[in-house]
Design a protein around this ligand. Structure first.
Ligand code: NAD
Length: 469
């Protein structure tokens, strides 16, 4: 599909959403465009001798709110169209869940598996230096995060070089999120996207009316799930779904898949991947040579959690899942979506479903600006209050709670409890707000409703400052 444009797909979703609003076309054009695109090349020295020129991008899609926010992707598939599309999705994602950022994305065109750690460190530090030169990174303007092919290790290198350049900036560590806890990261960020995916799926399957419409019973218990991509997002999504009673029957990785009708143990599978770099030798399941075949297996919920452009017009007709939960960005092309919707497949769109990552990144940024972790000031205060209430109740009733109950009811919330509860609140509210909008405006699908909601919020932000009066 050489003429495929991911950014083109995102733009057409915005056009479709705009038809449910009455904003002028000039405003919609502004909402669609990428405000700034920065492409650059830089050399690195290879460990074995010689040099290589590396190409990188940072795209800031929308400045309607600052800072802009979005992950950095390391992949040999990275190109400008992809980075623009991912940056645009970030804008609509943040607006949908009321996280006060514009959207951005970064990309480096490398296959990280082909580089040694010191080389990846040079690439990351040099990429950051290039962003610094052009003011494309700062806690106030543009805050990157992890994405496909990057994680807290890369975020630590970015934070380190930024704070070295700007030691006088008191908020320097807010220049990037997804950092390790030891470098001012936040508890719960690593698993946040997957946890958000789980909350989103849980909400969707809890509504009897919606499940009945696609021939499923409500609830996660016993639902058969296939996951594509056992990376950060795929692993955590699978883990939380499994812990809630879903059965993970298939996992696809780039070099092969594993299938077991009775369920796979995700923790064991992940241990194997971590120790050997691959899942293909897992003994408690059938090996699948072509991992893409697994997308077409019978299941209730298919969770693509790898890359975009996985379900296209070529395989959409063969997908048997009743629900496709887009943990990855853009796994379904627009053409494929038309086929799937016509076949009554329920699609939970990326801009809603994987918003948990940026939500907890927002919490991390807040923590960095305030320089205090959530719960630090009031955990003990709440514990003392809870103890007083329990003691008063015991005195009044003459009863006596067990030590275990006391501990359970008294303990004040720590950082991870507050982060997870904030994430749950945001994912649950956004789901019902969007579903409500879908019903009120008679919008046929959840993706369009999500875009309508975001477009409205971004339009208000432009209009309220006097642009497009
Ligand atoms: P990751 O690098 O941690 O994991 C991706 C996994 O997919 C890897 O294990 C890789 O081997 C596997 N993979 C690659 N190609 C595959 C193929 N063809 N078939 C099956 N598996 C394949 O990346 P991630 O951070 O988990 O990101 C995955 C997706 O989620 C991306 O679309 C990303 O944009 C999106 N996302 C990530 C975050 C985040 O917080 N990391 C937030 C929002 C959205």
């Amino acid at each position: 599909m050489s003429d495929y444009s991911f950014f083109g797909d995102v733009s057409s979703y915005i056009d479709r959403a705009a038809s449910y609003t009455d904003h002028p076309s000039g405003l919609i054009d502004q909402i669609k465009q990428c405000n700034s695109i920065y492409k650059f090349n830089f050399p690195i020295k290879l460990s074995g001798g010689g040099y290589r020129v590396i190409t990188g991008w940072r795209v800031q899609h929308s400045h309607h709110r600052l800072p802009v926010k979005g992950g950095i992707r390391y992949s040999s598939h990275v190109n400008e169209d992809e980075v623009k599309a991912l940056a645009a999705l970030m804008t609509f994602k943040c607006a949908l869940v009321d996280v006060p950022f514009g959207g951005a994305k970064g990309g480096v065109s490398i296959n990280p598996r082909e580089y040694k750690e010191p080389e990846l460190e040079s690439i990351t530090r040099r990429y950051t230096a290039e962003l610094i030169k052009k003011n494309f990174i700062s806690p106030a303007l543009d805050v990157p995060a992890p994405d496909y092919g990057t994680g807290e290790r890369e975020m630590a290198w970015i934070a380190d070089i930024y704070s070295t350049f700007y030691p006088e900036q008191i908020n320097a560590y807010g220049c990037v999120t997804g950092k390790p806890i030891s470098l001012h990261g936040i508890r719960g960020r690593t698993e946040a996207t997957g946890r958000g995916v789980y909350f989103g799926i849980r909400e969707a399957v809890s509504i009897e009316e919606d499940m009945k419409a696609i021939g499923l019973s409500p609830g996660l218990e016993g639902k058969k799930v296939i996951v594509q991509g056992l990376g950060n997002v795929g692993y955590h999504s699978a883990k939380f779904l499994q812990e809630s009673g879903a059965i993970i029957i298939g996992v696809a990785e780039y070099n092969g898949g594993i299938y077991n009708e009775d369920g796979l143990d995700i923790e064991n599978l992940m241990k194997l991947k971590t120790s050997s770099g691959s899942i293909v030798n897992y003994s408690k399941g059938k090996g699948i040579l072509n991992p893409n075949d697994l997308l077409e297996y019978e299941c209730d919920i298919l969770v693509p959690a790898a890359l975009e452009n996985q379900i296209t017009k070529d395989n959409a007709n063969r997908i048997k899942a009743k629900i496709i939960a887009e943990a990855a960005n853009g796994p379904i092309t627009r053409e494929a979506e038309e086929i799937l919707l016509a076949r009554n497949v329920f699609i939970l769109p990326d801009l809603y479903l994987n918003a948990g990552g940026v939500t907890v990144s927002y919490f991390e940024w807040l923590k960095n600006l305030s320089r205090v972790s959530f719960g630090r000031m009031d955990k003990r205060y709440e514990e003392v209050n809870n103890r007083r209430i329990l003691q008063a109740m015991e005195e009044l009733t003459g009863g006596q709670l067990s030590d275990a109950h006391h501990k359970l009811l008294e303990t004040g919330p720590g950082e991870v409890d507050i982060v997870n509860s904030g994430l749950e609140e945001i994912m649950v509210s956004a789901y019902h707000e969007t579903r409500e909008l879908m019903k009120t405006k008679d919008i046929p699908d959840f993706r369009t409703a999500s875009f309508v909601s975001s477009v409205e919020k971004i339009a208000i932000s432009y209009l309220s400052r006097g642009i497009f009066p």
